[in-house]
Write a new protein. Structure first.
Ligand SMILES: [Zn+2]
Length: 184
């Protein structure tokens, strides 16, 4: 499942999970261009340092919340300080629109450029944890990866961001460990 909040959450590829230095894609203008194109967001480049800081803080807050969920720790509203403050402080307009044969309510933020990206990210995360199954929000089991995804599998058993990448890698790692043990 594609969600703006998941793209932002996964924008620091190597956080505490990897020994390698962090690579924050929010600092990468090309990555941001691809992101805003993908989500059809109209922004002015370059991103201002204050907006970048808010987006990074929001990402940290969302990542922390997902870690809580994965540790089966009760996630309470107090944990979502940044997400909530963005939603609370962005004026919004609610519109009734006719879409694909149905009426739907649309929330439209009354702000533009990066403030809109920030709001849309917080809103997409709020939707994810309020309207979807939070037990399906998972962290790739490869500790060196840490990719966060929504498990849409019927069996709810998806363990990797990508079974061809991290799944295979972990398989090989387990195989080598077993080999080592039998050799000893
Ligand atoms: Zn992975």
């Amino acid at each position: 499942m594609e969600l703006l909040c998941l793209d932002i959450i996964n924008s620091n590829r190597f956080g505490e999970y990897l020994a390698k230095p962090g690579r924050d894609m929010l600092n990468n203008a090309n990555w941001l261009h691809v992101l805003v194109d993908k989500w059809n967001l109209d922004v002015k480049f370059p991103i201002q340092s204050n907006d970048l800081k808010i987006l990074q803080e929001l990402r940290d807050n969302m990542q922390q919340a997902v870690k809580y969920l994965n540790l089966d720790t009760k996630l309470c509203a107090e944990e979502l300080v940044k997400v909530n403050s963005i939603l609370k402080n962005t004026p919004c307009q609610i519109k009734l629109v006719y879409k694909d044969g149905n009426f739907v309510l649309q929330d439209i933020p009354l702000c533009d450029s990066w403030a809109n990206v920030i709001w849309s990210t917080a809103y997409s995360f709020a939707k994810l944890i309020s309207e979807y199954d939070i037990t399906r929000i998972k962290i790739c089991e490869n500790k060196d990866c840490g990719w966060i995804f929504y498990d849409e599998s019927k069996s709810r058993t998806r363990r990797w961001c990508d079974h061809k990448i991290c799944g295979n890698l972990m398989k090989v790692r387990r195989y080598r460990e077993r080999q080592k043990q039998t050799e000893q």
